[in-house]
Design a binder for this molecule. Structure first.
Ligand code: ADP
Ligand code: TZD
Ligand code: MG
Length: 582
């Protein structure tokens, strides 16, 4: 569009006042483009230049969730993308707001969640000459390395195409984060309403099926069939794909034990007879053929090699939409590239009727190990110790999720995360949301809010006291929108433990917080329900009351400050100093 065609609303109306009703502008075109594509929720923080945009979007029927910090709005958008397979939209102001949202955009990209970060930006001419505009920053350049795609729109007539490209980039192939840069001037740009309407694009088949090559399916099944000790690993890509029935059928027809990664828990119930979750180290070590479905061989699986994978040679089959993922760490003898729904359908067709069950020696060994581990853990989960330890508290929450399997569990922390992941069984797909690929702290409130908004299901949020601190101010947001979220803080006075002592000065040790803090009072400050509990029995009563009432609730669960271990289950990743400790 030529510059001459771009006018402000006043110019256009001044030239021909009668034509005003036939005009549209950047504000409305962005709103119309989002709505046309079914993007009906925006998570963000208002301010120049997008304050009016938020108001108008709300007036046009978009749900606008206004947060206290962009990072939390961004985490909400990212997990909304994961839950719905539509890009979650986060809206921020320029430079500082944009940067606050950027962590979440990078997190979405890292985790393969579709998300669009829309940020207002300052005047291009001034930014590019570095003349010191209000919140000056070359946002497009900064966003680029942290997302799948980044676009800037300079002309109102291009908004439709830009939104369409952003949606397609976010959800097609391997999903990820997309940045959309909207300079302040764009919002007020006026164009003819008919031309505006015609410029919008309704994206057709945004994430087209990617059908796997028949040869690759045959190869994968041949390798799986040859296994003596096969294992299927389900990752969050499998949960994201929403091919729940096909995956269940494939796992059950194959008879192969399966291991869910953290956010894939519940895709099949953790109590399923083939679930090897409680025999994790055994199946990783002893399996001879491993089929990865929507899971990467990254640090969470020790890159597919090393001690945890044992001595015996392994063959890997991998199902993923991203061809470049194959052979990223070890040789993949049977790569299957395609979307998981299509791949699993093809695998199912290949095993129908004539599939030999895996050797009973293997499946029985896995089952025995699992049952043994579960039996060993059981008494610890039933303790009613005061002060509470993690096992006593988590035993209670485990029962609550069993009784309320459609609740969404959000979980972050170190010990609070690692132990909850192992102890709390999940029963339904996409009900466990957590720190993801980066092990990032701060996702809690954003994920809880988006889970409540996108699914309408009750949310139980199990948070380390440190983890909660990263997004804690959003309890006000939870109260403001009156969301059915119950937050349980495992308050052990610090990061990993609350017992560290600084021996050289009066300053507290770097890992400890104010002792005996009452996080429940934070919720009360905004009209929610706050409860302080010191025993598993009290915890059980408080959580059940919260889940029954649906009222925003924060339970401060006092945990023995000495109960946790350094870095939870991943203390081995800490570098060690060879010098003598003070
Ligand atoms: P986890 O952390 O649970 O092990 P990862 O995030 O490492 O899972 O892996 C998820 C994988 O799933 C990514 O490699 C991604 O490309 C893939 N993926 C995501 N969506 C799909 C889909 N619809 N079809 C196929 N693969 C997918
Ligand atoms: N900052 C960010 C964004 N992510 C991180 N993962 C960390 C810092 C480092 N970190 C962890 O990996 S876990 C954790 C931090 C600060 C907090 C652990 O303490 P907690 O849990 O109170 O949440 P427990 O139960 O005390 O172990
Ligand atoms: Mg803690």
């Amino acid at each position: 569009m030529s510059d001459a065609a771009v006018k402000t609303k006043q110019d256009a109306a001044g030239a021909n006042p009668a034509a005003e009703q036939d005009l549209t502008d950047g504000f409305h075109l962005v709103i119309d483009a989002l709505k046309l594509n079914g993007l009906n929720t925006i998570y963000g923080v208002p301010g120049i230049p997008i304050t009016d945009f938020g108001r108008m979007a709300q007036a046009e029927g978009i749900r606008v969730l206004s947060f206290r910090h962009e990072q939390n709005a961004g985490y909400a958008a990212a997990i909304a993308g994961y839950l719905t397979k539509k890009p979650g939209v986060c809206l921020t102001v320029s430079a500082p707001g944009f940067l606050n949202g950027l962590t979440a955009l990078a997190h979405a990209t890292t985790n393969c969640f579709p998300m669009i970060l829309i940020s207002g930006s300052s005047e291009r001419e001034i930014v590019d000459l570095q003349q010191g505009d209000y919140e000056e920053m070359d946002q497009l350049a900064i966003a680029k390395p942290l997302c799948k795609a980044a676009f800037r729109v300079l002309h109102a007539a291009d908004i439709g195409i830009a939104v369409a490209r952003a949606i397609r980039a976010a959800v097609s192939g391997r999903p990820g984060g997309v940045y959309l840069d909207l300079p302040a001037k764009l919002f007020g740009q006026v164009i003819n309403a008919d031309a505006g309407a015609k410029s919008l694009v309704k994206v057709i088949d945004a994430a087209p099926a990617q059908i796997p090559a028949p040869d690759s399916i045959k190869r994968a099944l041949d390798v799986l069939k040859s296994a003596k000790r096969p294992l299927i690993i389900l990752g969050k890509g499998a949960a994201y794909a929403q091919a729940d029935e096909a995956i269940k059928n494939f796992v059950e027809k194959s008879g192969v034990p399966f291991l869910p990664m953290s956010m894939a828990k519940g895709l099949l119930p953790d109590t399923h007879p083939q679930c090897a979750g409680a025999a994790r180290s055994t199946v990783l070590k002893d399996s001879d053929v491993v089929m990865l479905i929507g899971a990467r061989l990254n640090w969470l699986l020790s890159q597919g090699k090393g001690k945890s994978w044992g001595e015996a040679p392994k063959k890997f089959i991998q199902i993923d939409i991203e061809p470049k993922e194959m052979d990223s760490n070890v040789e993949i003898v049977a790569p299957v590239v395609g979307d998981i729904g299509s791949c699993v359908d093809a695998l199912l067709a290949g095993i129908d009727g004539k599939w030999p069950a895996p050797p009973a020696e293997w499946t029985n060994a896995v089952k025995a190990k699992r049952d043994d581990n579960i039996a060993k853990m059981a008494p610890r989960l039933m303790n009613n110790n005061v002060p509470m330890d993690y096992h006593g508290a988590l035993g209670v929450l485990r029962t609550i999720i069993k009784e309320r399997p459609d609740a969404i569990l959000v979980n972050e922390g170190a010990n609070t995360l690692d132990l909850a992941r192992g102890i709390i069984d999940m029963y339904q797909p996409r009900k466990r949301l957590d720190v993801g690929t980066w092990g990032i702290m701060g996702i809690g409130m954003g994920q809880a809010i988006a889970a409540a908004i996108e699914t309408g299901k009750p949310v139980l949020c199990v948070e380390g006291d440190s983890a909660f601190g990263f997004s804690g101010m959003e309890v006000e947001t939870i109260c403001r929108y009156n969301l059915a979220i119950c937050i349980v803080i495992f308050n052990n006075d610090g990061i990993y433990r609350g017992t560290d002592v600084n021996k050289v000065s009066d300053d507290p040790a770097p890992t400890v917080f104010v002792k005996g803090a009452r996080y429940d009072k934070m919720m009360e400050a905004f009209g929610g329900v706050g409860v302080n509990v010191t025993s598993p029995d009290e915890l059980k009563r408080a959580v059940n009351a919260a889940m029954d009432s649906g009222k925003p609730t924060l339970i401060n669960a006092v945990i023995d400050p000495a109960a946790g271990s350094e870095s939870g289950r991943i203390g081995n990743l800490n570098p060690q100093s060879v010098l003598k400790k003070k």
